[in-house]
Write a protein that binds this ligand. Structure first.
Ligand SMILES: [Zn+2]
Length: 376
């Protein structure tokens, strides 16, 4: 077992039904003017945005809304947010939404005070110092962006999806109100829940794992496995929503301090090229990656199989595919209209990141290719 490790978390996490209403009161010590980053219309449509703005007004905060962040945010969107924050003299950024909105707001806050554009940081330049404070209010349970120190962005001209990473990108404050997750459709519940589940598994099998992340990852896997089908089936049940929000939070704590693995590495390749939603892409790839890694991670996988009530690894993988289908997701690449001969084209050297390079069993391009073929 590793003896030395570092464990980082946002400064404060507020969790509970109804905590969202307190947002204004909780953030007012961070500054006067908020750049509120949100998506196309989810938060507005379900009254979450109004509830937050009402709480800002009560706490005499000022705000400007940066709305319409797209799924898989582009570098240009981040840059537009940065200009708006400068122009309006914002003191802090608050993201209200799912993973893409969280990542976008996080990147905007990081760049503010450090430059005009996210591009050099996306290309690998280190952030010299902290940007402005970033607050996360997730409306999904699963992406874990509220815990991590990276923002996944996409350069659409090069079809390149990767992370802008810095210890300065960790949230100052996270407010998890499970009430805000109850508006997710069954599909969104399923894809974000599967993402959280696989993130916990990859944290547990990561070369950067430590005793704290192990403990959290196992807890998350058991909880998410149990409650995901229930939350998909009965989205109005607040008990299920609370369990999923908690499971997802705990999963995120684990993988933010360990690392993600090759399921994520490969999902970042097939997602943008084939138009497959991140969580579903992860779910499709998962069994083949586990089979590839089985020889070096047997004991760890067996433990994961056990916490989900399965005796062996094969039984666990079959139960996983069954879980995917029960929550309404596809399990094969061919179901997305992908042609088999297209598979090899997604594997490009500039896309092979740390999650693949650091895999405990070395992975050649041929290996990646055969994993994709196996999932076809
Ligand atoms: Zn993920």
């Amino acid at each position: 077992m590793e003896e030395k490790f570092v464990f980082r978390l946002p400064k404060e996490i507020y969790f509970g039904l109804g905590e969202g209403k307190r947002t204004g009161e909780l953030i007012k010590r961070l500054g006067k003017k908020v750049l509120l980053v949100t998506g196309k219309n989810f938060a507005r449509q379900y009254g979450i945005l109004d509830e937050l703005l009402a709480s800002f007004a009560v706490s005499s905060l000022e705000w400007v809304i940066f709305e319409g962040v797209e799924p898989e945010p582009s570098l240009e969107t981040v840059d537009r947010g940065v200009s708006l924050a400068y122009r309006e003299n914002c003191d802090l950024v608050l993201s209200l939404g799912g993973g893409s909105v969280l990542d976008c707001g996080k990147a905007i806050a990081g760049v503010c005070g450090n430059g005009e554009s996210v591009v050099p940081f996306f290309e690998g330049k280190a952030l010299p110092h902290p940007g402005i404070p970033w607050v996360a209010v997730p409306t999904t349970a699963g992406t874990g962006s509220e815990m991590t120190n990276n923002a996944v962005l996409t350069d659409y001209t090069r079809k390149l999806k990767k992370s802008f990473r810095s210890p300065f990108l960790v949230a100052i404050l996270v407010i998890v109100d499970p009430l805000y997750t109850r508006f997710m459709s069954p599909y969104l519940t399923a894809v974000s829940g599967i993402d959280a589940l696989i993130q916990a598994v990859e944290a547990y099998t990561s070369p950067r794992k430590n005793p704290m992340t192990d403990f959290l990852a196992l807890e998350a896997v058991g909880r998410l496995w149990r409650y995901l089908p229930l939350a998909v089936q009965d989205g109005d049940n607040l008990e299920y929503r609370k369990e999923m929000a908690l499971g997802s939070l705990v999963s995120a704590m684990a993988f933010a301090n360990a690392s993600s693995g090759p399921v994520h590495g490969l999902a970042h390749m097939i997602g943008p090229d084939f138009g497959i939603v991140h969580g579903e892409a992860c779910g499709v790839l998962f069994p083949a990656v586990v089979r590839f890694n089985r020889s070096v991670l047997e004991e760890r996988y067996l433990r994961l199989a056990q916490v989900t009530g399965n005796r062996g690894i094969e039984e666990w993988l079959e139960a996983f595919e069954d879980l995917m289908r029960r929550v309404g997701l596809r399990t094969r690449l061919r179901e997305f209209g992908v042609r088999e001969e297209m598979l090899i084209s997604v594997i490009r050297p500039e896309r092979i990141g740390a999650s693949i390079k650091e895999n405990p069993r070395s992975m050649s391009t041929e290996d990646l290719c055969s994993i994709l073929k196996e999932t076809y």
